[in-house]
Design a protein around this ligand. Structure first.
Ligand code: PHE
Ligand code: ZN
Length: 868
């Protein structure tokens, strides 16, 4: 048998156990204090845990401590070794006579054999932990659930030369020499916390150190810990951390509470980053950034993720979740907070466009597919599968709607009340909404349906006009689609920001907020001699799919005139979508309106170049597919390329002018410089479309001359999509330059995996055999396989080779890293959206995965739900 730590959790010979929200019961035993002693080593780590336990309520049930892959080497109760403990499905069960006891257990772990990256594991010479959601039970026996809050004291002993730095949560209270080349450190965390926020790190790390003075004048020592050579790449993350700390004080009144705040970067990590109390652990891709290796998108991600994890100190740590069904309590709120923060650091309009694009790109498909779930799910098999775009991104939209309904001031009063009421507690989404409601006086009872109902509502907005009465009539109708397990829905509360424009003057009477919480409503507006132009769901005030009866002329008007930048962007996107969908369904393409709109946008001197860069980009293949009854990847590609070519040719001189005007400056990371790079690289893509030879030369020159990764990678991507001979040379140069930099090498894999070229399936299959491809690093796997699963053209190649390759990879990864493998399944799970042939091929791939012996419950849940 394989080592237990490298095999996935329990083999689903029968269907794995389903955990239901309605079954919640308070814990039988509390653990007010825990002392942990780690004798650390990569091959063997001994963990001794000392728990003070107290009976919660007047029951007679035994103490049940969760354990996964653990064997107790010793169990003591009140200092006495006992033998009458038992193991039941991995859990340690101990009968206890009194109400208060001290329990000690000892276990041994092998961090270097822990490929699941949950619990204590080795990564690039470090030893580190990941406990959310249920990793602590792989470290020690414990009631590993978020409503058990404990005070932690931690002692670590390790080899001094291999692990000179020993970090854990809270404050470092003592250090010493342990003899034989070993040393020890003790850390105490004064705050009560759930086990999922526990962390330790041991390694040969160097810190970028700084400090922050809080609003009440306390000094916080800040450290970002990385390999020595990477210290210069932490400057941007440090600046982002300090800006975040200040922002949370200014905007939410939240002050940091410990004397130390540490961040550690690790290379092998299942997610983006983790908000462990006082010791955030990051995937290195969200910490390390410099001009030579990070794109502007990477810089933005570093800033956003640093802020996100820092903000969790209040929204997540000081006030945490009662159970994992409440995950969006901390994640939706914290994503809303980090989005607001990022909007304040640069262009709010571009931030909103990016956030909505991410929502539509990942959450809408989830909401419309077999894995749809409300932001507060009712059941799960494996909680690791519920770290989804729905919990995070839709969750954030729901908090944003509360903000819209209450207004900034009352929202702040609500958040103040929430933190004041629940500091130090593990609470529910109901508690959050109650605080918002109590502080504002706004009734949110109907609004709460957003927590219970899955599916993206469709909002139909029909505008009519009566010339005699000079009245405009707006009829709003909503439809919440059925989703798995939820055939019938009630209407949702939709806060809709809208404005009506006079098409002669270009003026509107200002924006108003309409709240729709019934199936349909009709509103009338007086004083319109001419039919007004409807601007609706401005700033994307409700996360819905909008359908309107606006004409092409209306959309063109809004694309040129709307004073809400998001609505303006949307009008252009809608115009593009209408054109593309018409071309696909009728076979006849009329590009005139889009050409005109793009031309006007390009020459509007009042617009921010960063905004223009977003507004003139065509909707993605995937988003176009979402508008179709049956997705036809080939027809989408053909229509999109035709429109791209038309835009490229019609405005060639303009693209060239933009390209020339926005180059030639040396790298600077500022909103203006970023905007210039963005629009210039968009222009490069269009120039390439219009003239492949000249474009390839231009791209290759840019590739060689670039002093930053944004320009270098944009040029490489343009070439990688092309038939140009220079393509091979560029990929080769890039590889040789960065082969020792894992994060940049990931970009090399991704660039090829997302290529629009016809031979991408073969290229990707070959790359999976490349010596630098590995199943043991999640970033690398996502860079190749995950990215390929998003490639709407090659993944869906009609012969099914893309699907087969993808299934092979999931099957190969599952025993190594079940959590990361399960994250891949949704690409295949969308089979119902495709034609009969593709459906059969995708189903066959899913069925092959399901038939794999020893499948993890993570993958089992995703695949079985996808086939249901
Ligand atoms: N809680 C982390 C975050 O959102 C995400 C995470 C989940 C990280 C599970 C690791 C494991 O910031
Ligand atoms: Zn989070």
């Amino acid at each position: 048998m394989l080592d237990i730590q490298t095999t996935a959790t329990a083999v689903p010979l029968s269907t794995p156990h389903i955990i239901r929200r309605e079954d919640y019961r308070p814990p039988d035993w509390m653990v007010p204090e825990i002392g942990l002693d780690f004798d650390l080593g990569p091959a063997k780590t001994r963990v001794t845990a000392r728990l003070t336990v107290s009976r919660n309520g007047g029951h007679g049930r035994p103490l049940v401590l969760e354990g996964e892959t653990l064997t107790p080497l010793a169990v003591r109760v009140d200092g006495q070794a006992i033998n009458d403990w038992r193991i039941d499905d991995g859990r340690l069960v101990i009968d206890l006579s009194g109400d208060d006891h001290v329990i000690e257990t000892e276990v041994e772990l092998s961090p270097e054999r822990n490929t699941q990256l949950m619990g204590l594991y080795a990564s690039g010479g470090l030893l580190c932990t990941q406990c959310e959601a249920e990793g602590f039970r792989r470290i020690t026996f414990f009631p590993d659930r978020p409503d058990v809050l404990s005070r932690y004291s931690v002692r670590m002993t390790a080899d001094k030369s291999a692990y000179p730095v020993l970090l854990a949560n809270g404050d470092n209270v003592a250090n010493g020499d342990a003899g034989e080349g070993r040393h020890w450190a003790e850390w105490n965390d004064p705050f009560l916390k759930p086990s999922y926020l526990f962390a330790l790190v041991a390694g040969d790390l160097k810190a970028n150190r700084d400090s922050f003075t809080t609003m009440s004048g306390r000094t916080v020592e800040l450290g970002i810990w990385v390999r020595e050579a990477d210290v210069p790449k932490t400057a941007y993350a440090m600046a982002a951390l300090k800006t975040s700390m200040k922002w949370d004080e200014d905007v939410y009144g939240r002050e940091y509470d410990l004397g130390v705040f540490n961040i550690v970067a690790v290379d092998d990590f299942n997610f983006g980053a983790m908000e462990n109390k006082g010791l955030n652990v990051f995937n290195s891709r969200y910490i390390l950034a410099d001009a030579d290796t990070a794109t502007d998108v990477d810089y933005d991600n570093v800033q956003g993720v640093v802020a996100h994890e820092y903000f969790h100190n209040w929204s997540g740590n000081r006030v945490t979740c009662r159970d994992w069904f409440q995950l969006s309590l901390k994640e939706g709120f914290t994503v809303f907070r980090d989005q607001s923060f990022s909007a304040d650091q640069g262009s709010a309009a571009v931030q909103r466009i990016e956030d909505v694009r991410a929502l539509r790109g990942s959450q809408f498909p989830e909401d419309g597919g077999p894995l749809a779930h409300p932001i507060r799910p009712d059941s799960y098999m494996e909680i690791g599968n519920f770290y989804t775009a729905t919990i995070y991104n839709k969750g954030a939209e729901i908090i944003r709607m509360i903000h819209t309904l209450l207004g900034a001031e009352k929202f702040r009063a609500g958040s103040d009340l929430y933190f004041e009421r629940h500091d130090g507690q593990a609470v529910t989404c109901d508690d959050f909404v109650a605080a918002m409601q109590d502080a504002s006086g706004v009734d949110l009872s109907v609004f709460k349906r957003w927590y219970a109902q899955a599916g993206t509502p469709k909002l139909m907005a029909a505008i009519a006009h009566d010339a005699d009465t000079k009245q405009a009539t707006l009829t709003l109708t909503q439809l919440v689609p059925p989703t798995p397990g939820q055939p019938v829905k009630q209407p949702m509360t939709l806060p809709i920001r809208m404005a009506l424009f006079d098409r002669a003057t270009g003026e509107s009477g200002g924006e108003q907020l309409v709240v729709l919480d019934t199936d349909t409503t009709t509103l009338t507006f007086d004083g319109f001699a001419q039919p007004p132009v409807l601007s609706i769901n401005r700033d994307f005030s409700a996360p819905v799919v909008l359908e309107t009866n606006r004409t092409e002329a209306d959309l063109a008007f809004l694309a040129a005139e709307d004073d809400d930048p998001f609505a303006r962007y949307e009008a252009m996107q809608q115009l593009m979508l209408n054109t593309l969908v018409a071309a696909i369904s009728t076979g006849v393409a009329d590009h005139a309106a889009v050409i005109k709109g793009v031309g006007e946008t390009l020459s509007d001197g009042a617009l921010d170049p960063a905004f223009i860069g977003e507004a003139v980009v065509l909707p993605s293949d995937a988003f176009i597919g979402d508008q179709m009854l049956v997705v036809d990847p080939d027809a989408i590609a053909t229509a999109r390329e035709a429109l791209r070519l038309a835009l490229a040719n019609a405005h060639l001189a303009k693209w060239q002018e933009i390209y020339a005007a926005n180059g030639g400056r040396s790298f600077e990371y500022s909103p203006a410089a970023k905007g210039a790079r963005r629009i210039r690289n968009v222009a490069l893509g269009y120039i390439m479309a219009a003239d492949a030879d000249a474009g390839a030369k231009l791209a290759f020159t840019q590739f060689g001359a670039a002093d930053n990764m944004t320009d270098r990678l944009a040029a490489l991507g343009t070439l990688a999509n092309s038939q140009a001979e220079l393509r091979v040379a560029a990929l080769d140069i890039f590889y040789r330059r960065y082969r020792d930099n894992a994060l940049v090498l990931d970009k090399w894999f991704t660039t090829q995996a997302v290529s629009t070229r016809a031979d991408t399936v073969e290229a990707v299959i070959e790359l999976a055999g490349h010596p630098d491809f590995t199943l043991s690093n999640p970033n690398r796997f996502r860079a190749l396989v995950g990215a390929f699963g998003m490639n709407q053209r090659s993944f869906h190649a009609a012969d099914g080779r893309g699907y087969a390759f993808f299934a092979d990879q999931i099957i190969a990864l599952d025993p190594v890293n079940a959590q990361t493998a399960a994250k891949m399944v949704p690409s295949l799970g969308r089979w119902r959206r495709f034609d009969a042939e593709r459906q059969a091929l995708m189903r066959a791939a899913l069925e092959r995965i399901l038939a794999t012996p020893g499948l993890s419950k993570d993958v089992f849940e995703q695949v079985s739900k996808s086939l249901a």
